[in-house]
Design a protein around this ligand. Structure first.
Ligand code: UFG
Length: 329
């Protein structure tokens, strides 16, 4: 995207993916306002841009924000995103991911802001009937997290029909890695994602990694996922923003690398990158986990020319390890 002076509201900009997005937008010359309640986000991840500490479900705050700024678009990263947790606390997910997004969209419609980029997920598909997964694959989520994201996608389609709100829903596969600077990266508490946990085991911060399930119908019995670098995700958002601002129609795109890696392959790659032996303990399956999720990202490549720059897992893990070592320092 060429340099631009657009003003963007980034909801959840203090989170893992949101903070990488904020950097990319600032590099592109955008004016950025971040709305984040820091419940899972972290002030440390904001190195620039204006932070408003608040809740996206706070209609009064949104009215103030939309009154004070003329936003060209809104990007929405503020969601709970743990599949396992969503199985045990579904209502927390419906409240945060769905009900609060209703409030945000309502404010956008009232303030006539008509461009929206939504962080959706591969979890909307559920157990795949065909691999790689294309955007027209049936959507049958196997967990509440995926249900909430799919419900928002449907709400967006209805808002387009009724209010002309144009959106891009980006269905991320497994976001991973960190900015090359090592200044921002994945920072969850507690951490539940595979790659950061594997790196904690590599550096001795935890004793071992638990492999959740070894009897899936995959080559080595462990789940297969498609890991895509967080900066490649940010770049895709920028292309999607440009398309929307040029008058593009609402659309849904997958964002993945199109390569599947099993849990054991992730561990092996991490051992190669770190040069450390990673102790493994076999554990039962984690509820809600589909066996295989691998994307076809051909649609966005064709439509917007998106091309992931971090094309293999080792490169992705290297950036995560760099961030991990800086954190340990
Ligand atoms: N896993 C382990 N041990 C761990 C952690 C994870 O074996 O300690 C396994 C999981 O069971 C899964 C795989 O590693 O098979 C990846 O798990 P993550 O928790 O890293 O990621 P998920 O695939 O569960 O979910 C992520 C995002 C979701 C998103 C999904 C899309 O957290 O928001 O990718 O593919 F929907």
């Amino acid at each position: 995207m060429p340099k631009t002076n657009k003003k963007i509201l980034v909801v959840g900009g203090a989170g893992y993916i949101g903070s990488h997005m904020v950097r990319r937008l600032l590099q592109a010359g955008c004016d950025v306002v971040i709305l984040d309640n820091l419940s899972t986000g972290n002030r440390k991840l904001i190195t620039d841009g204006e932070l408003v500490n608040g809740n996206l479900g706070d209609a009064c705050l949104l009215d103030k924000l939309f009154g004070a700024h003329k936003f060209d678009a809104v990007m929405h990263f503020a969601a709970f995103s743990q599949v396992g947790e969503s199985m045990h606390q579904p209502l927390t997910y419906y409240r945060n991911n769905l009900a609060e997004t209703v409030v945000l969209l309502d404010a956008m419609v009232r303030h006539n802001v008509k461009r929206f980029i939504f962080s959706s997920t591969a979890a909307v598909y559920g157990e795949p009937v065909a691999i790689p997964i294309t955007e027209d694959h049936p959507c049958m989520p196997t967990n509440p997290y995926g249900n909430t994201k799919l419900a928002v996608e449907r709400m967006l389609a209805d808002c387009d029909s009724a209010h002309g709100l144009k959106y891009t829903a980006l269905r991320y596969f497994n976001a991973a890695g960190a900015d090359d600077s090592g200044e921002i990266g994945e920072l969850h508490d507690p951490e539940t994602h595979l790659i950061p946990i594997v790196l904690k085991a590599a550096s001795g911060q935890i004793e071992h990694i638990q492999v959740f399930g070894n009897d899936y119908p995959t080559t080595d019995g462990t789940c297969i996922r498609d890991y895509v670098h967080v900066n490649d995700l940010a770049q895709a958002h920028l292309l999607a923003l440009d398309a929307l601002l040029r008058g593009g129609e609402s659309v849904v795109y997958n964002l993945g690398s199109s390569n599947g890696y099993s849990v054991r392959e992730v561990i092996a790659n991490a051992e190669a990158v770190t040069g450390k032996k990673i102790p493994v303990v076999e554990a039962p399956r984690r509820a809600g986990d589909p066996a295989i999720l691998v994307a076809s990202s051909e649609k966005i490549k064709r439509a917007l020319g998106w091309m992931p720059a971090y094309e293999n897992l080792e490169k992705i893990i290297r950036t995560a390890w760099n961030w991990h070592l800086k954190q340990a320092d």
